[in-house]
Design a protein around this ligand. Sequence first.
Ligand SMILES: Nc1ncnc2c1ncn2[C@@H]1O[C@H](COP(=O)(O)OP(=O)(O)OP(=O)(O)O)[C@@H](O)[C@H]1O
Length: 365
Amino acid sequence: MANLQLKIVNKIYDNKVQAVFDFNLEIEDKEFIVFVGPSGCGKSTTLRMIAGLEEITSGELYIDGQKMNDVLPKDRDIAMVFQSYALYPHMTVYDNMAFGLKLKKMPKEEIDQRVRHAAEILEITPYLKRKPKALSGGQRQRVALGRAIVRNAKVFLMDEPLSNLDAKLRVQMRTEIIKLHESLGATTIYVTHDQTEAMTMASRIVVMKDGYIQQIGSPKMIYNYPANMFVAGFIGSPAMNFLNGVCKEAGKIEIDGRSFNIPEMFKDDLKPYIGKEIVLGIRPEDIHYEGIVAEAFPDTPFDFKVEVCELLGHEFILHGHFGPQELLAKVSSRVDVKAGDEIKLAMDVTKLHFFDQETGIAINH
Ligand SMILES: Nc1ncnc2c1ncn2[C@@H]1O[C@H](COP(=O)(O)OP(=O)(O)OP(=O)(O)O)[C@@H](O)[C@H]1O
C-alpha cells in the first residue's frame, strides 16, 4: 500500500500545449481519489504521468517517499485499468489475468492462486475459459479489474473505466469498485468526467479545469463549500442556480429589484461587497415549494411561473425564471404542479452561496 506526492507537476506536450499546471497533491495510503473535470482539463495526462506513460515536464512525483520521475512504468508497482479494457482477444479470461504474472516469471501455482482468488472476488470464475468476445461489457471490465488485482500493486489507477457501460451497469460497477477498494485497501486514483461518479466514489475529489486544480476536498466539503463558480456549477445535478444581484447592505441583497434579508452568518463575509454587484448561488434542492421553508423565512417566497416541469420519479425539476434570470427548483413530486402554473417558491437562505462577480471566487466559506 502506498502514499503519493505530486509536487508542482507540470506537463507541456511536444506541440507546446500545456495540459497540467503546478499540480500539487498529497495522497494518503488507502485513499480513493477522484480526478474530475470536463474534457481536456488534464486529468488523464496527470494519471498517465503517475503511471509513467507520459514524461513529467517539471515537478516531482513520489510514491512512498521514493522519487519516481525516472522510474520505468513496470517498476512503479502500479496497476492501471482503462476505459477500453485493453484485453487480449485471442486469450482466455484466465490467460488475460495471468499474462502479466507469467511475464514476471512467477511460479505457476502462485499465478493460479492469484487468478482464482481475483476471479472469486469479481465473481467471474465461471468465465475463466472464455475469450473476451464471449463476455458482456460489464464482465470484460471485471476481467480488466482482475488483471489489476492479481498484480497486488501498491496503487490502482483507473481512467474512466465505466464509460463504455450502460447506465444501469455503471451504477452496479460503481458499487463493486467501492467494495473492491474497501476489501483490497489499495490507494486508488480514478479519473472521470462524471460528477456523480466522483461524488459517490471518492474519499477526496480533485476538481480540475484547463489544467489547473480548482479544489480538493471530500465530496461533502466540495458540495457544501465550493471554492468558486466553476466547482459550484460542475458538482451537483441539476447545477447550482446563479443570480446576479447587488449587495445593498451586509444583511441585504437585491436581485432584480427584489430585496432579500440575508442571515447573520453571512454578514461578515459580505461587508467588503456593500454597494457592489455579486453573484448569488442557490442549489435547486434548496428552493422549496411554499411551506415549511416559507414559514421559516417569511420574506423569501417569490412568484414563479413553471415553464417546464420534469418528473424524475419522486421529484420534479421546475424550470422557470427569476426576473430575466433562469432558475431551476427541485421539489417533491407529491406536489400538484404542471407547466404553465403560477406558483410560489421559497429559498432556504441559510443555504445561499455568494461569489465575487469578477473572479468567480466564493465569498463565503
Ligand atoms: N499526446 C498529446 N499531445 C498533445 N496534446 C495532448 C496530448 N494528449 C492530450 N493533449 C492535450 O492536453 C490537454 C489535456 O488532455 P487530457 O487528455 O489530459 O484531458 P482529460 O481531462 O483527460 O480529457 P478527456 O476527458 O477528454 O480525456 C488537452 O488540451 C489535450 O488536447
